[in-house]
Design a protein around this ligand. Structure first.
Ligand code: DC
Length: 219
């Protein structure tokens, strides 16, 4: 039985849309682990905890009250009962979540939480280290890539759709910085698992990617 399907990749590779669609199609739980790191970043900012205060971050992760409201589409994320789904999707949270995700105590706490949520469940787990570190035993692993230009363009459009003002140049530069940070950090860097299927999403729609994944699952 397939219990966990992992989907990793950089920002803008299409993994969130694809993971959500795939989970819906298979009737699996969709585990957005980037949102978890974003929530920790937001909680740390609200409590004025810096990224070098590892003990305080550890305590924050231990006590954090995070809940998913899965009866809505897309699912909502609540921190201390408050809907933070929009607050975690800002450019500053893009960068802070990336920085905070390099802290050992934060990664350890999140990995435990991710495994606990997934125990005994059928899950599409999306992130950076799902196939390599958190679920190395998963039978089906996918890694999405796309050209930098297309990924930046997707993020740029998302921002415009949210009514934010954005410049393509800034989005592209921020993305480069975040990619470098995520790929080069010491712990759980962004990289494909050795047994992951690589999918280049540059010229594919989310539905086409889902179909490709389903074909692999049936093999
Ligand atoms: O997928 P995302 O853009 O929402 O993720 C935000 C940040 O969280 C990303 O820059 C790196 C970090 N992250 C991580 O380190 N490991 C994961 N499994 C998911 C996200």
């Amino acid at each position: 039985m397939i219990d966990v399907i992992t989907i990793d990749g950089p920002a803008g590779s299409g993994k969130s849309t694809v993971s959500r669609l795939l989970a819906k199609r298979l009737n699996y739980i969709y585990l957005d682990t980037g949102a978890m790191y974003r929530a920790v970043a937001l909680a740390a900012e609200r409590k004025d905890i810096g990224i070098y205060e590892s003990n305080k971050l550890k305590e924050l992760c231990r006590s954090i009250d995070l809940r998913y409201k899965t009866d809505e589409d897309p699912p909502r994320l609540l921190l201390d009962g408050q809907d933070i789904s929009a607050a975690i999707r800002t450019p500053s949270m893009d960068m802070l979540s990336s920085s905070i995700s390099s802290v050992k105590e934060v990664r350890e706490a999140m990995a435990i939480l991710q495994r606990t949520i997934s125990k005994g469940a059928r899950v599409v787990a999306e992130g950076r280290d799902m196939g390599t570190i958190v679920f190395p035993e998963a039978e089906h692993k996918f890694f999405l890539t796309a050209s930098h230009e297309v990924r930046a363009e997707r993020r740029y459009r998302e921002r415009l759709q949210r009514g934010e003002s954005a410049s393509m140049f800034h989005v592209s530069e921020e993305m480069k910085t975040r990619d470098l940070q995520d790929e080069n950090r010491f712990l759980s860097p962004l990289k494909p698992a050795k047994d992951a299927v690589l999918i280049d999403s540059t010229l594919l729609s989310p539905d086409e990617i889902v179909e490709k994944i389903i074909r692999h699952l049936k093999k």
